[in-house]
Design a protein around this ligand. Structure first.
Ligand code: SF4
Length: 749
């Protein structure tokens, strides 16, 4: 480890000290509270369980749920959640833009206007002139209602959401390799793993409670190895036994070279390959193991090291550790792997390592994609609220799936359109082109979060585009562009289900009434449905009504969680799907006989990849290909963006918490000392970073975290938009943008 235990404890202590500054009662002081309501953290996809303390109708504290996977722990963001409810930026009443200004309106005025503009556009230009843009932060019931309303009611597939920006390539990786989306393992695997391969994931800052669990495993089992593949020496890399820093976008070469070493050194599981694996290239799974070996021949460690700018012996070490017989290996990754024009391919290559070594489906051995948002998995991925999906694994383009959903939704055959709608960036391009006239944006902030955001901010400002934003906070960089702002109830003020990274569905109970005039998104959407004459499709009175319908929609699919009744969810601390009957305990490891209810008891092997017709997973031959825009003579440095531990996404919530702002006030540009010296800047100076798309000025932080010739900028700051610079090139399979890599020039400002 390159950080001492003392250093680690010091940083943990610093975090606790910061928590103590909050002024919030610690759980121990909160004994006089009226009640503690079971809930889930509002932020990252770790999905930590917590209890909300309520006194006199107000939230006064939270405490971690000891019976949930997080074992009572919360990170500082989670601990400070109560502050967001009373933030001065809470949006408390509807607003309509008049003479260029947003002014207060009644709910009836606002909703009448929204319904009238949507109706007018649909009548004049057809259903595809309107769109819904949702979020991995919406509750499952809300996302489900929106998806049904737009796809089956308005009859448009112009439905997408911000998970397209964060996990679409992970979905693409799972679906192409195993035939079905979502990780097959669980958090408990962390406690059994001997080797962790963390790729493009700053787990320490982005999923702190999982990082803490990795550290605990390492302390308990000192032989545990942590391998970090990341261009930056992040806080995660500081606990690594091996950190491989490489040129951004070259990890495909490294991962192929690891596979080369595994094959060369006999660290593979031939029996597993024979029984469970097939090989493929392009889109066809019709290759042989011999073809794969021939493909790998071009990725010797030396060749990969030359491409990636790292050491060949480190690649060999990483492969040997990962492949050591008798050891359990767990991979984890996030946006470093996903936000790329080759994101799906990079995901495939991580899966390859597990499949050729057979390190999959046993405790501690699993490929595990970590999710950035609390309900990206549950509401959007599983719920099918993307432009090419229908709920629970069904596809828009599949006629049988459409017919099945039409029957389940009780709409005439032919209602669902067969052509997938536009993905997120394409949707905003259609707004830019004037093809989409009305957009309903729920619980997300595209005016800040889209890549090449200057372009799409202009699109949203078109005179002939009507922008509705349902949001719990105002102003945001999106509400400032809205024609109508609808005040949405926030976390703790409404009820619904979240699904976190490990397939765990959890109920968030309502703890307090909505603030001001705000209403739960579920109610607002049902109201819109009624005003559009589609009330029969969304007749729900409560989120429980929606959940009961969802249970009928998932039944018979491989997601089947129809045994997760509302009552059961109220009692449980989350249940992992599949759980097809009321007495099924949930499934820790998918595809595994004896654990997954969809693997028949008489299946001759321990594992069945039933997502694919031949029940085999595919090892894909994915060649190295660089990023869309590598540095060049005009824009000579790499630019990348990411999170810091104190803030979350576009900061609409965390930047209202004074302690979090105090700890990390504004986005800075992290630069390697050699780059800073060349430019003649020091920490605190300002630099202007420019790409072909835009520029922004940031304060500099000189740090060895950053690789030479790579400038890293925090993504959360609404006053310094890092996405004026990022590129909107897409992965052709997942349609996820390449946020992580582009070329920039940096000048002293
Ligand atoms: S790790 Fe994620 S889910 Fe857990 S408390 Fe922190 S922000 Fe919330």
């Amino acid at each position: 480890m390159s950080i001492s235990r003392r250093e680690f404890l010091e940083s943990a202590a610093a975090a606790s000290a910061l928590a103590a500054l909050s002024g919030l009662p610690r759980p121990a002081q909160a004994a006089g509270g009226e009640k503690w309501v079971k809930s889930v953290c509002r932020y990252c996809g770790t999905g930590c369980g917590l209890y909300i303390g309520v006194r006199d109708g107000k939230v006064f504290a939270v405490k971690g749920d000891k019976e949930n996977h997080n074992q009572g722990f919360l990170c500082l963001k989670g601990f400070l959640l109560p502050q967001i409810l009373t933030a001065p930026t809470r949006c408390l009443y509807p607003m309509i833009r008049k003479d260029g200004k947003l002014v207060r309106a009644t709910w009836d005025e606002a909703m009448s206007l929204v319904a009238a503009r949507f109706k007018e556009a649909i009548e004049k230009y057809g259903p595809d002139s309107v769109a819904f843009y949702g979020s991995g932060q919406g509750l499952t019931e809300e996302t489900y209602v929106a998806n049904k309303l737009f796809k089956a009611g308005i009859r448009t597939n112009n439905v997408d959401g911000n998970p397209r920006l964060c996990m679409a390539s992970a979905v693409g990786g799972y679906v192409t390799t195993y035939g079905k989306d979502e990780p097959m393992g669980c958090y408990e695997d962390i406690d059994h793993a001997d080797v962790f391969l963390l790729v493009g994931s700053n787990t320490a800052e982005c999923h702190p409670i999982l990082f803490q669990r990795i550290v605990r495993r390492k302390e308990k089992a000192p032989g545990t190895k942590v391998i970090v593949l990341d261009p930056r020496r992040t806080p995660t890399a500081r606990i690594a036994d091996l950190h491989i820093s490489f040129k951004p976008g070259t990890d495909l070469a490294i991962l192929n070279a690891m596979a080369y070493v595994l094959v060369q050194e006999g660290l593979i599981d031939e029996e597993f390959i024979k029984n469970h694996v097939t090989f493929g290239e392009g889109t066809e799974a019709n290759k042989s193991f011999e073809d794969y070996k021939a493909f790998l021949a071009q990725y010797t460690p030396e060749k990969a090291a030359e491409i990636a700018g790292c050491k060949a012996e480190d690649i060999v070490t990483a492969a040997r550790w990962f492949g050591e017989k008798g050891k359990a290996s767990m991979s984890m990754w996030t946006m470093g792997l996903n936000q790329r024009t080759k994101g799906v391919w990079a995901n495939n290559l991580v899966h390859n390592l597990h499949l050729i070594t057979g390190k999959i489906g046993t405790p501690g051995s699993t490929p595990f994609s970590l999710t950035g948002q609390p309900n990206a998995c549950g509401g959007v991925r599983d719920g099918g609220a993307l432009s090419h999906l229908l709920p629970y694994g069904r596809l828009i383009a599949n006629e049988a799936h459409r017919k099945e959903m039409e029957k389940l939704w009780g709409v005439p055959e032919g209602t669902l359109k067969p052509k997938p709608g536009p993905s997120t960036v394409e949707m905003f391009q259609k707004i830019e082109a004037g093809e989409i006239k009305c957009v309903y944006i729920m619980c997300t902030n595209p005016g800040q979060s889209l890549p090449n955001v200057g372009r799409y901010r202009k699109a949203l400002q078109r005179e002939d585009v009507f922008v509705v934003v349902a949001e719990a906070f105002h102003p945001t960089r999106t509400t400032e562009l809205a024609d109508v702002v609808l005040p949405a109830a926030a976390w703790a003020e409404k009820e619904g289900v979240y699904g976190c990274s490990e397939r765990r569905y959890q109920l968030l109970e309502q703890a307090i009434p909505p603030s001001g005039e705000s209403r739960p998104d579920f109610e607002i959407l049902c109201d819109l449905g009624r005003r559009l004459g589609l009330g029969h499709l969304v007749p729900f009175k409560t989120p429980t009504d929606v959940w009961n319908e969802i249970l009928t929609i998932c039944k018979g699919t491989v997601y089947d969680f129809s045994g997760m009744t509302r009552e059961r969810l109220r009692q449980a601390h989350g249940i992992l799907w599949p759980a097809p009957t009321a007495d099924h305990p949930g499934t820790k490891r998918r595809y595994v006989k004896g654990e997954d209810p969809f693997v028949p008891a008489d299946w001759p092997h321990r594992i069945k990849f039933y997502g694919r017709p031949d029940s085999r997973a595919v090892v894909w031959m994915r060649p190295f290909k660089g990023p869309e825009e590598a540095p060049d003579a005009d824009y000579p440095m790499y630019y990348t963006t990411g999170r810091v531990i104190e803030h979350w996404h576009t900061g609409t919530m965390t930047r209202t918490c004074k302690e979090l702002v105090h700890a990390n006030a504004e986005a800075v540009a992290e630069m390697h000392p050699a780059d800073a010296a060349k430019l003649g800047v020091k920490t605190g100076d300002k630099v202007k970073i420019s790409s072909r798309r835009g520029s922004e000025v940031f304060k500099v932080k000189v740090t060895d975290t950053s690789r030479e010739n790579l400038v890293f900028v925090h993504m959360h700051d609404d006053q310094h938009l890092c996405n004026l610079i990022t590129i909107d090139a897409l992965d052709p399979i997942s349609k996820q943008p390449e946020f992580k890599i582009c070329g920039v020039k940096v000048d002293k400002a």
